[in-house]
Design a binder for this molecule. Structure first.
Ligand code: 5RP
Length: 247
């Protein structure tokens, strides 16, 4: 099937200049796919690193005849899965998933994450929480001593509630910026029809506590703080892969 959209996918990946980061992303994605067994229902994350995993799953299905199905976390993941021949499934059919593979924007050594640069944080968190195991794939530039260091937290917000949510973020000493769309004027609209506000809180003392405070604000759909959710993180480095495992 000919691909008719632009974005993270096979043709773009082939065109990209191969840097150590791109190689590292590919290697960690292949490592994550090793967690998949025949018959698994797998959450398919969003982003350029997970895209390599989706391609690999497609190849495994075609070459080894594995019966794997994927639950995508975004239109991007869904379209790539279809393109790569990965059969789709839904949470209706499978409220519990065997595994989810996803990327991250920032990771600390306790395996807490900031996600949502791709605007898919809500479905990513739902799929991650439905999975028995969450495997994160990223290159080592995503590792940070403290979450929030030079990294804003994406927050999905119901458009109707935007002004009050922005005010609440400021009361919590955050600096909110409404994310602009690309290829359209005005705010970015998520796959769920909402806005994303990127809020800079600086380096976080307690990601869990902040996440709870943010979730209590009416109009906040979801936050990009994934606290205590990841089981395994594969970090790609120029010289190899570092594996971090939950205690
Ligand atoms: C999308 C995400 C992505 O997983 C995250 O942005 C990482 O993407 P990439 O692998 O392209 O660096 O959270 O909402």
């Amino acid at each position: 099937m000919k691909k008719y959209w632009r974005g993270w996918g096979k043709s773009r990946l082939r065109r990209e200049k191969v840097s150590w980061r791109e190689e590292a992303k590919k290697r960690v994605a292949l490592e994550a796919v090793e967690h998949i067994n025949d018959g698994f229902i797998v959450g398919l994350g969003s982003g350029s690193t997970t895209a390599y995993a989706i391609q690999e799953i497609g190849e495994k299905i075609q070459l080894e005849g594995l019966r794997i199905k994927g639950v995508p976390t975004s239109h991007q993941a869904m379209m790539l899965a279809v393109h790569c021949g990965v059969p789709l499934a839904t949470l209706n059919e499978h409220p519990q998933l065997d595994l989810a593979i996803d990327g991250a924007d920032q990771i600390d050594r306790e395996l807490n994450l900031i996600k949502g640069r791709g605007g898919a944080l809500t479905r990513e968190k739902i799929v991650a929480s439905a999975a028995k195991q969450l495997v994160i794939v990223a290159d080592e530039t995503k590792l940070a001593e403290r979450l929030g260091t030079n990294q804003a937290i994406p927050i999905e917000v119901l458009p109707f509630a935007l002004p009050t949510v922005i005010a609440r973020m400021r009361e919590l000493d955050g600096q909110p910026v409404l994310r602009e769309g690309q290829g359209k004027v005005g705010p970015l609209v998520t796959d769920n029809g909402n806005f994303v506000v990127d809020v800079d809180f600086g380096p976080l003392d307690d990601a869990k506590e902040l996440n709870v405070k943010l979730k209590l604000i009416s109009g906040v759909i979801e936050t990009g703080l994934f606290v205590g959710m990841a089981d395994t993180v594969y970090l790609g480095k120029p010289e190899g892969i570092e594996k971090l495992v939950k205690d």
